[in-house]
Design a protein around this ligand. Structure first.
Ligand SMILES: *Cc1c(COP(=O)(O)O)cnc(C)c1O
Length: 254
């Protein structure tokens, strides 16, 4: 394919994703302006991301700090117009670099990581940069064993689980350099998107419980839904959908 054919192909895929978002929003009686498409560009080249920017996308999701660092620096001219989302597990030894790169962290998955981020943000604030970092608490509400996310195996209806989690949430909310804005989850993979619905519904119900319990915090964002299940996620209240393959095609394994 020539470069202009490639661009046209990508433009078409993006239009199709936006159409699917709008259709799902309409079905749910929601305004599609309340749903942000985060294009998951992990494994894809800077040239591909540049084409997506040319097609009008502004939100990009990456799951590895090093890979994101090289892309973000290559695309430095576009930086002011872009929002970079960290969607993968963050190792604490990369927290300092991560705060210099990303506008939002979806994958805040432990109190220790929150404290580490807060400490680096505090140090940065001492240098005169004072904005708090928007973060989402990644939660595992599916009951499936997973190494990532705060674990709520019993979901939002298990009072003991909820108590433990709320205790950690209270400590995170007290960290001055983090700005909690909501929750994020990854549904277990399934060929049937309907399997993800109860998981997404649980995340929203958990959010509603936290909002009642911590009413002064911002719980507006729900990051849920990927290529195979973003329409169901929108029906269940997603405000950020993280879509890779539907935009960029299948990823080469790395
Ligand atoms: C890779 C990834 C996505 C995008 O997945 P697709 O199935 O390609 O849409 C979304 N969220 C997270 C956390 C990911 O790691």
């Amino acid at each position: 394919m020539t470069q202009s054919e490639q661009q046209a192909h990508l433009d078409e895929r993006i239009i199709s994703v936006y159409t699917r978002i709008a259709t799902a929003a309409r079905r749910a009686g929601r305004d599609s302006a309340d749903i942000t498409l985060v294009a998951v560009s992990k494994t894809h080249s800077v040239e591909t991301i540049a084409s997506a920017i040319a097609a009008g996308l502004g939100h990009f999701g990456e799951n590895r700090v090093q890979e994101a660092q090289s892309k973000i620096s290559t695309l430095a001219d576009d930086r002011p117009r872009l929002t970079w989302h960290l969607i993968g597990h963050l190792q604490r030894n990369k927290a300092k670099v991560a705060i210099s790169l990303f506008d939002m962290v979806h994958s805040l998955d432990s109190l220790r990581l929150a404290e580490t981020l807060n400490r680096h943000l505090h140090d940065r604030a001492a240098d005169g940069q004072v904005s708090a970092l928007p973060v989402l608490l990644q939660v595992n509400v599916s009951g499936e064993a997973s190494k990532e996310g705060f674990d709520l195996p019993g979901g939002p209806d298990n009072p003991a689980c909820l108590e433990d989690f709320a205790g950690e949430v209270a400590q995170i909310l007290a960290l001055p350099y983090l700005c909690v804005q909501g929750l994020m989850t990854i549904a277990p993979w399934s060929h049937d998107p309907e399997q993800a619905r109860p998981v997404f519904r649980n995340l929203r119900r958990l959010r509603d419980k936290l909002a009642r319990r911590f009413p002064t915090a911002d719980w507006s964002q729900l990051s849920m839904g990927m290529t195979d299940d973003f329409e169901v996620a929108i029906e269940e209240g997603a405000t950020l959908v993280r879509v890779g393959r539907a935009i960029f095609g299948t990823r080469a394994s790395r």
